[in-house]
Design a protein around this ligand. Structure first.
Ligand SMILES: Cc1ncc(COP(=O)(O)O)c(C=O)c1O
Length: 459
């Protein structure tokens, strides 16, 4: 039988894909297109080499949702969240989420807030509100407004420094030191003055998952108000902790139960258990939102009051957040957070009892994660362990140095997320022990391997 002569193009259309034997378009805007199936496979096959989210214990961000939530998300991808006139129900669902969060965070009465792209946008808006409220107070007293400052610890996320640089505010950063990775009132007090627009405290730090002494800082600010008449607001960066503390430590006060806490940000896409990107900014009272931040615009026939840094964005994640709220309620979130905490503790016990590691603050209130470091006297370090573990089994467990002045301290951190089952905890701890035993024999990573080690905290 003779073979049909289809020509190269026809044959590749029938049996293969153009990109199988050609480089993927990367530099120039492609002059021609390709079959939709080819484009899909090109992407699929490229992405197959990405890190596996199941083994990504670095990120705080959600990597799995229920199939029903996936369906809601997929069905609403076309919906532009900002089109309030066309999609009023979506806008109302955002407001429901804001009211529910205000309730969760013990707001004393009616208040306001916004959906954002994540905690970073929420922090930019919240901190701008601090700055502009401070400016208004100063202007009312006929005082200078050219030297605003903001106080926070070295344990904050980089977004706080970013805010200060973008919006011309002096950052007053309290340095950390060995064995002190959060801040308290004694650290804040020396930096306070009449130009302080606010203090930012973290609930669940990116580095060790602990919390600043929010009760202590609040008391300092309440006393300051009473004694000197200086009203310095406290903003809580609860990017991770805002969906953990209410369920794991409901009696710990960090939110609007404390008088000087005027605004809170939280990432829906972290422990709110929604995919990226969704965040929330919630004010204690409507009057805590600086008026100047609000834009009233007549858009497509409806007057809309908005305060966001973005305009168009997808509605899916707002809907997915509401899905989680009604699907889980307090009971469900508590169950899930406790399950994560139990698995984090199981992993911590194994790491500690193995003898290679010591835990960092596992006896304190902490996000469901394990922060740990090698015991003294090893011939390899935490970066080597992260490298060896990823080389042997593909686990992504970050190693990093702490911020100044604790930069000599190296630590590792593993998130125990919803997708990390107990079976996997056992496997991970065995794999970590195995990586250590390989390093024991070979004595640290090769300099060429060291160059490839990723040193970020993972977000
Ligand atoms: C404490 C803290 N604040 C802010 C952020 C920034 O949050 P997002 O990634 O939601 O913008 C993070 C992210 O890891 C964080 O851990």
């Amino acid at each position: 039988m003779t073979e049909p002569d289809r020509g190269d193009d026809a044959a590749s259309r029938l049996f293969g894909n153009r990109f199988l034997t050609e480089d993927a378009p990367d530099n120039e805007f492609p002059s021609t297109g390709m079959e939709s199936r080819d484009a899909m496979r090109l992407l699929d096959e490229d992405l197959a080499l990405e890190g596996d989210p199941q083994r990504n214990l670095a990120t705080f961000v959600t990597t799995w949702m229920e199939p029903e939530a996936d369906r809601i998300i997929a069905e609403n991808l076309y919906r532009n969240f900002i089109d309030h006139a066309e999609y009023p129900i979506t806008a109302e669902i955002e407001q429901r989420c804001i009211r529910m969060l205000a309730d969760l965070f013990h707001a004393p009465g009616e208040t306001t807030g916004a959906r954002t792209q994540g905690s970073s946008e929420a922090i930019m808006l919240g901190a701008l509100s601090l700055k502009w409220k401070w400016r208004k107070r100063r202007e009312a007293d006929d005082k200078a407004t050219d030297k605003p400052n903001l106080i926070f610890g070295g344990d904050v996320h980089v977004v706080w420094e970013k805010f200060c640089r973008y919006f011309d505010v002096e950052p007053r950063i309290v340095p950390l030191r060995e064995n002190k990775y959060v801040i308290g009132p004694e650290d804040v007090e020396p930096h306070l003055d009449e130009n302080t627009i606010g203090v930012a405290a973290v609930l669940g730090t990116t580095f060790t998952g602990h919390t600043d002494d929010i009760v202590g800082i609040d008391k300092l600010l309440v006393d300051l108000k009473g004694e000197k008449g200086l009203d310095v607001p406290l903003h809580i960066d609860a990017a991770s902790g805002g969906f953990v503390w209410p369920f794991l430590y409901p009696d710990s006060e960090w939110d609007f139960r404390l008088e000087q806490v005027r605004s809170i940000n939280v990432s829906g896409h972290k422990f709110g258990l929604v995919y990226p990107g969704i965040g929330w900014l919630i004010f204690r009272e409507t009057s805590d939102l600086a008026e100047d931040l609000v834009f009233y615009e007549n858009y497509l026939g409806k007057t809309d009051a908005t305060f966001t840094l973005n305009f168009s964005t997808g509605a899916s994640m707002v809907l997915a957040q509401y899905y989680n709220f009604v699907r889980f309620g307090r009971e469900g979130y508590t169950y899930i957070m406790k399950a994560m905490q139990q698995n984090a503790r199981a992993l911590a016990d194994k790491l500690e009892s193995g003898g290679d590691f010591e835990l960092i603050g596992a006896d304190r209130e902490q996000l469901p994660l394990v922060a740990f470091k090698l015991v003294a006297g090893k011939n390899y370090d935490e970066f080597d362990v992260a490298w060896q573990l990823s080389a042997e089994r593909g686990w992504m467990v970050p190693a990093y140095t702490m911020p100044p002045n604790a930069q000599e301290v190296k630590i590792m951190r593993a998130l125990a997320k919803e997708t990390l089952s107990r079976e996997q905890v056992d496997r991970l701890s065995d794999d970590i022990a195995q990586a250590c035993s390989t390093l024991e024999k070979k004595g640290g990573a090769h300099p060429a391997e060291r160059k490839q080690i990723k040193t970020g905290t993972g977000y």
